[in-house]
Ligand binder design. Structure first.
Ligand SMILES: [Zn+2]
Length: 105
């Protein structure tokens, strides 16, 4: 396996909130932060976190307790929580199943 640097270098971990969905009205792509259809102003109903860690991609579809990421706020809050946990080097507050092995070195 080759080591690939994450796209942004000064962060312990890089990540973004994304969605698999397309606009239900025009089938266009959601864009921006928070994600919206630029034409129809619709928002996705499901989000996921796209994390890069040591050249590996991790996709996280649910939060702790398996709640669905059904709003931008919820998804970005989880992203912040994961970032803070990793930066602190804490493993007890993170979901081991979802981001096992992700620790800041
Ligand atoms: Zn649209």
């Amino acid at each position: 396996m080759t080591y690939t640097s994450p796209p942004v270098h000064n962060l312990c971990m890089t990540g973004a909130v994304r969605t698999m969905e397309k606009c239900p009205v025009c089938k266009g792509k959601f864009q921006g932060e928070p994600l919206r259809c630029p034409e129809c102003k619709t928002a996705p109903r499901r989000y996921y976190l796209d994390l890069w860690w040591k050249g590996e991609r991790h996709r996280i579809f649910t939060g702790r307790d398996n709640y669905a990421l059904d709003s931008w706020e919820r998804a970005s809050r989880l992203l912040t929580t994961i970032r803070e946990s990793i930066d602190r080097g804490s493993s007890q507050s993170t979901n081991a199943r979802l981001w096992a092995g992700i620790t800041c070195s």
